[in-house]
Design a protein around this ligand. Structure first.
Ligand SMILES: Cc1cc2nc3c(=O)[nH]c(=O)nc-3n(C[C@H](O)[C@H](O)[C@H](O)COP(=O)(O)OP(=O)(O)OC[C@H]3O[C@@H](n4cnc5c(N)ncnc54)[C@H](O)[C@@H]3O)c2cc1C
Length: 401
């Protein structure tokens, strides 16, 4: 099969998992969540657990934003190396951020078990290898920083990488114990369905077009003209937050992913490992639970969706050429290729917190290669926000930092 598609693999694999009504009456609630991707699903779960009446709206079908395009590697490792993050924000914040992402993986495992998820959560190790000889120096420094701060890591030389993973032309790397992968699209849908049974109200094809303050409440008008009166709003709107908040807090990037045909044998020595390298932009890969290889990379600045998608063929070639460097004899047969947009911040950290422009509101914007794990941390943070309390990470993830 050599079918190519600009639609992300997860959308095609899963089809329409659930459908919800659009808003056709006025409503009121304790918490309104705007945005129904993986972040919205996690925050909605937390709000229902905390006992709030909760409504969630999305202007598309649920999970049709970046959640449908993600490669869903669940990593404690942030795009900015730990030693560099320590230099940028200090040891306390940097180590706390890495630990939060590590804990997030454990939380997702627990949640998957609790809701009896079929979204293929699988624990994996993670290999971060040097693609150039000169990168070994800083990667060893990174290895030391992680080891000193209690992360379970092992240094593998190039011979060990060759033996274990059959990757050629690497210059050593860090093998971490902590990591996992999941089908985030399916998982988010499952979590929504679980919470709908517990009282969560969902309206899709419902766009927030206006928000105003009304007697201490937020009054939200949606595109059908109906209104929702909410004590608090939690914005989980991903990269489209750029439309709401005009300051320059995130650089939008286009990123590309290719998934291979199913092959039970070919990928078996990386089926338990997430892999990424020190290239800029980096190459990243993992296997899927239906035994395909999923590779991403080729990131570049985002201008518009048309320009992004026009590069699909070029980017597919670029990604496969980079794969050839470590797997010269591999015959990779692509089944699907797609592009997605994501955000990159100056310190690799998310924006989770209040914004001075919008009162009684909170943002959970998990950007970058750790978008999903950051959103899990956002659950705890949003829960504290509802109780007017601060989280130890609030000062590192806040706007205007
Ligand atoms: C190709 C690719 C690979 C990635 N790989 C990884 C990875 O390996 N690991 C990882 O952790 N992260 C990865 N990411 C990032 C991760 O996918 C994102 O961080 C995550 O999907 C963001 O989810 P979200 O729910 O915040 O945003 P989205 O899924 O974009 O959801 C936001 C929702 O808000 C809705 N919305 C926006 N405005 C409004 C409005 N006004 N009214 C109503 N609804 C609105 C949108 O319709 C959308 O459904 C990757 C991203 C891409 C594109």
């Amino acid at each position: 099969m050599d079918l190519k598609s600009n639609e992300p693999f997860w959308l095609l694999k899963n089809g329409l998992l659930a459908s919800y009504p659009s808003l056709q009456s006025n409503e009121k609630c304790d918490v309104l969540i705007v945005g129904g991707g993986i972040t919205g699903s996690l925050i909605a779960h937390q709000m229902i657990e905390d006992g709030y009446t909760t409504i969630l709206i999305d202007k598309r079908e649920l999970c049709n934003g970046s959640t449908s395009a993600t490669t869903s590697m669940l990593q404690y490792e942030i795009d900015v190396p730990l030693y560099e993050l320590i230099e940028k924000i200090g040891k306390k914040g940097a180590v706390l951020s890495y630990k939060a992402c590590s804990d997030a993986i454990d939380t997702l495992e627990k949640l998957s078990k609790m809701i009896k998820s079929n979204a293929g959560f699988k624990r994996k190790k993670s290999l971060y290898f040097a693609s150039k000889k000169k990168d070994t120096e800083w990667l060893k420094k990174e290895y030391q920083a992680r080891k000193e701060n209690g992360f379970e890591v092992q240094w593998l030389g190039e011979e060990q990488i060759l033996k274990k993973f059959e990757f050629e032309n690497t210059y050593g790397g860090i093998l971490s114990r902590q990591g996992a992968s999941i089908d985030a699209f399916q998982f988010a849908h499952e979590l929504f369905m679980y919470n709908v049974k517990k009282g969560l109200k969902i309206f899709d094809k419902t766009e927030m077009v206006k928000v105003e303050e009304y007697k201490g409440f937020n009054l939200v008008t949606v595109d059908s003209g109906y209104q929702i009166k909410a004590k608090k709003i939690i914005y989980c709107i991903g990269y489209e937050s750029k439309n709401l908040l005009k300051e320059n807090f995130v650089n939008l990037k286009s990123t590309y992913a290719v998934v291979s045909e199913i092959d039970k044998d070919k990928f078996k020595n990386i089926s338990n490992t997430l892999v990424w390298n020190t290239d800029d932009p980096y190459l990243y890969m993992r296997t899927t639970d239906d035994e395909r290889m999923l590779i991403g990379g080729g990131d570049e600045d985002f201008y518009d969706a048309e320009k992004r998608d026009a590069l699909l063929n070029k980017k597919e070639k670029e990604i496969l050429k980079n794969l050839k460097k470590i797997k010269p004899d591999y015959h990779f047969y692509p089944d699907f290729v797609w592009a997605g947009t994501f955000g990159e911040t100056k310190d690799g950290l998310p924006y989770i917190g209040e914004h001075k422009k919008l009162r009684n509101s909170y943002f959970v914007l998990g950007f970058g290669g750790n978008g999903i794990t950051f959103s899990v941390t956002g659950m705890e943070m949003a829960s504290l926000f509802m109780k007017n309390k601060k989280h130890p990470l609030s000062r590192y993830f806040k706007f205007g930092r």
